[in-house]
Structure formats: C-alpha cells, structure tokens
Design a protein. Structure first.
Length: 113
C-alpha cells in the first residue's frame, strides 16, 4: 500500500489544487461528485472555471487570502460539511484542499472538557 492509498476510496470527496487553482488530485468520491463536469478529466484544469460568478470570486479570494472556509450545505436532501483549507509543502503555501463529507440530517453535538 502506498502512503496515500487510503484516500482513493475514502467516503468523502477530496479535491486538491495548487496555489493558482489548478486541480492536482481528486479521489474516487470527488470524481463521482463532479462526474457531469468531467470527473477525473478535471485534473489539470483550473477549478475557477468550475465556479460561476460570485462563487468564482469567493474561490479567488480564498486562494489569495490563504484562509480556510468551512460550512454546511444541503442539496437534493443530502447534507454535507464542506471544509476548504490551504495546504503547505515544506512550510510554503501550495494550494487548497476541499473535503466534502456527507453528514446526517441530525448530528449529535458534544462539548468535552
């Protein structure tokens, strides 16, 4: 097993882009999620081209500001946690990772000390 083999079939969509927004990697769930847009053929293209209008501007701001963006959405009855965060290589900003994870409609919340 390679050091990153677990990512391929992990049940969350994982997409990685470089600092300019060029898609470097995606796992099977991400390819399936974006199947209508080309799935794995999106690797090498710029993710900015996948976002219209205001969402494209938001992605541009995230790439430039190098800050994380976390939120939940519901689409077609499926609730998801979206976690977009910069990633670094040897301490240098290298781009963004997006993890999209399906979550239950109702989810327990715990405060632990």
């Amino acid at each position: 097993m390679t050091s990153h083999a677990w990512i391929k079939e992990f049940p969350a969509a994982i997409t990685v882009c470089d600092a300019e927004g060029v898609i470097l990697e995606m796992n099977d769930k991400a390819a399936k999620t974006f199947e209508a847009d080309g799935g794995y053929t999106l690797i090498g293209s710029n993710l900015l081209n996948c976002h219209p209008g205001q969402s494209q501007q938001k992605v541009e701001r995230l790439l430039a500001a190098k800050v994380k963006n976390v939120y939940t959405i519901e689409k077609n009855g499926v609730k998801k946690l979206i976690y977009q965060s910069p990633w670094y290589e040897e301490g240098e900003y290298a781009g963004f990772v997006e993890i999209s994870l399906e979550i239950p409609q109702e989810i327990p919340y715990f405060v632990r000390s």
